[in-house]
Design a protein around this ligand. Structure first.
Ligand code: ACO
Length: 332
């Protein structure tokens, strides 16, 4: 329920998602690289991922997710007054996906920008959007987490091509009753790990040339083992600090909505918090790692599966390239 009062919380009023129809299964990947369904399933939990078809653009799934979230929220389109698209895979460097979608959807002129914190982007975006509401800059920000990592994947590299997919999830935020909505956040970055997940070529620092266009360095490269170690450590730390900021402890946690990178990382986090897997949201088997889309899509899955109920305490948590991390505690 949305409220208008001096004392208020900031929460999620509507949720939506958008994924490409085109699906890439583990069996499809067996035909491209030396891998197999057993390895991918047991090491990652992933069975398939949705990927853009030729000619499709990332902004298309952002628009779909946004329309669904706005409809779900009941907030009229002309009351959306900020658009934040969290992504590292925009249609093009400029204009931002946020501006493309704001214009196409007929959202009135408002603050609109893209935010890049890789897989942590959506959690960062929620935190920035709450700040915009609390400083009086806007009332109904639309926050979208989207990545189409398939466009930066080398489908000859088995270390990465089995992991990533494309997807978008969106939310509309607004004022809610005090004590509900966002209760605490904790985010950060450790740039000393910048090399652990990286696309080296194709940015302004190293534009593609005739020579480098054939190079593997225009694709995502990842040191999986090091990122795995970072992820298992930082998920606990980020959630515990966000809970502390909310004046809560892990005993209060009802539902965990983690970044969908690897089912083993998710299970380790559930063990650490003492939460049974039926209260942990997972869709990694269906979508793979959609980077900034991941937590946003998981939120939609959580709602569809009836995993979040009024009054429950949920933790959203993500980690990714940068290295970045972020956690947010919500009372639903
Ligand atoms: N199929 C078959 N074998 C494979 C594959 C594959 N697709 N990929 C790697 N292997 C092999 C390796 O070559 C290695 O073989 P070797 O022992 O002969 O050298 C063996 O499998 C084991 O490799 P590991 O890297 O040790 O496998 P691990 O159990 O660590 O799993 C994985 C790898 C899935 C990448 C894991 O490390 C992981 O999930 N890391 C975290 C990744 C992540 O969370 N990224 C999120 C951030 S992404 C972002 O921000 C954009």
């Amino acid at each position: 329920m949305e409220i208008v009062s001096d004392n208020y919380g900031v929460g999620i009023l509507g949720i939506g998602s958008g994924v490409p129809k085109n699906v890439l299964t583990n069996e499809d990947l067996e035909k491209l690289v030396d891998t197999n369904d057993e390895w991918i399933t047991s090491r990652t939990g992933i069975k398939k991922r949705h990927v853009l078809a030729e000619g499709e653009k990332p902004s298309m799934i952002v628009e779909e997710a946004s329309r669904n979230a706005i409809e779900d929220s009941g907030v009229p389109l002309d009351k959306i007054d900020a658009v934040i698209v969290c992504t590292f895979t925009p249609d093009s460097p400029i204009p931002s996906v946020a501006c493309l979608v704001q214009g196409r959807m007929g959202i009135p002129p408002c603050i609109a920008f893209d935010l890049n914190a890789a897989c942590s982007g959506f959690v960062y975006g929620l935190q920035v959007a709450e700040g915009l509401i609390r400083t009086g800059m806007c009332e109904h920000p639309l926050v979208i987490g989207m990545d189409c990592v398939s466009r930066f994947i080398n489908y000859k590299d088995r270390d990465t091509c089995v992991l990533f997919g494309d997807g978008a999830g969106a939310v509309v935020l607004g004022k809610v009753e005090e004590g509900r909505g966002f209760l605490g956040h904790h985010s950060g970055a450790d740039g000393t790990g910048a090399d652990l997940i990286i696309i080296r070529e194709g940015g302004a620092g190293s534009p593609l040339t005739k020579d480098t266009v054939e190079s593997d360095e225009r694709f995502v490269k990842m040191n999986g083992r090091e990122v795995f170690k970072f992820a298992t450590r930082v998920i606990s730390e980020a959630v515990e600090k966000a809970l502390e900021n909310a004046k809560l402890t892990t005993d209060d946690l009802d539902v965990l909505i983690p970044h969908q990178a690897n089912i083993r990382i998710i299970s380790a986090a559930a063990d650490r918090f003492g939460i049974p897997m039926d209260r942990v949201v997972t869709n990694v088997h269906e979508y793979g790692n959609t980077s900034a889309g991941s937590v946003a899509l998981a939120l939609d899955t959580a709602r569809a599966e009836g995993k979040i109920k009024e009054g429950q305490i949920c933790a959203l948590v993500a980690f990714g390239a940068g290295l970045t991390y972020g956690a947010t505690i919500i009372r639903w």
